[in-house]
Design a binder for this molecule. Structure first.
Ligand code: SF4
Length: 242
């Protein structure tokens, strides 16, 4: 879902940050000739459209024990629509998940909670000032919403984007580990470690945006395994990847 109140340096969906439809322009050169192509980022769907799409895929979804995940951007930027779509999906028996940055009002989270089976919940940095520097917002609301959802018994998968040089230093890692160890409970089901990658880089060029991660390399497989072992010290299941 398009629109996000954060602006993470490493975002690989920059076309998902603005809530508006956007024209994405690409200039390609073949020999001496330049070609310009344009495409529209963002399309309107109703809750009924979403159900129609799901119903066509129902057999596959049921066989794979899947469901529907609302992602973005930040789905809670469109809470009224999200609520309508989630309720429609639940009325048809689909498992529902919301992939969120956690940055929305407690009221918004409470309104979608009854129709959400699972929250995929991003935690990007334990330190407020560094969180603000890299994402444009404080982490206070994000952490308090996480605590509230866990208190209310909602199932949570934590997702940590592993960003070399930004949140993988010992102090940041220890800060996150301490937080998760304190929050550990039956409904905190998993920590997913998402290695940084640069697949979104070309999109920045197309949107005429500055890409701030030019110098950052993807973490190695060995490093990701080390981090997996590190976070397993919380007693929570950890996996690498989404
Ligand atoms: S929260 Fe996700 S979608 Fe929003 S800017 Fe950050 S990485 Fe991009």
């Amino acid at each position: 879902m398009k629109g996000c109140p954060l602006s993470c340096w490493w975002c690989h969906n920059p076309e998902g940050i603005s809530p508006e439809q956007e024209i994405v322009t690409e200039i390609r050169k073949i020999g001496e000739t330049e070609f310009t192509t344009q495409e529209l980022a963002g399309k309107y769907y109703s809750a009924r459209d979403i159900l129609e799409i799901l119903e066509k895929e129902r057999i596959f979804i049921e066989h794979s024990h899947g469901g529907v995940t609302f992602s973005g951007g930040e789905p809670l930027m469109q809470t009224d629509f999200l609520l309508e779509a989630l309720a429609a999906c639940k009325s048809k028996g689909y498992h529902t998940a919301v992939d969120t940055s956690g940055y929305s009002s407690e009221l918004n989270f409470r309104s979608v909670m009854p129709y959400t089976d699972l929250f995929l919940y991003d935690i990007k940095h334990p330190d407020e000032s560094r969180h603000f520097e890299y994402t444009g917002v404080s982490n206070t609301l994000i952490i308090s919403n996480l605590r509230m959802l866990l208190r209310e018994g909602k199932n949570i998968f934590i997702r940590i984007p592993v960003i070399p040089g930004k949140n993988d230093d010992p102090e940041s890692l220890e800060g996150m580990k301490k937080m998760f160890s304190e929050l550990k409970c039956d409904n905190l089901k998993q920590i997913s470690l998402l290695p940084f990658h640069r697949t979104g880089k070309a999109k920045y060029r197309k949107l005429h945006l500055h890409y701030r991660m030019e110098e950052t390399a993807q973490p190695s497989v060995v490093r990701m395994k080390e981090l997996k072992e590190f976070f397993e010290g919380t007693g929570i299941k950890v996996r690498i990847g989404a």
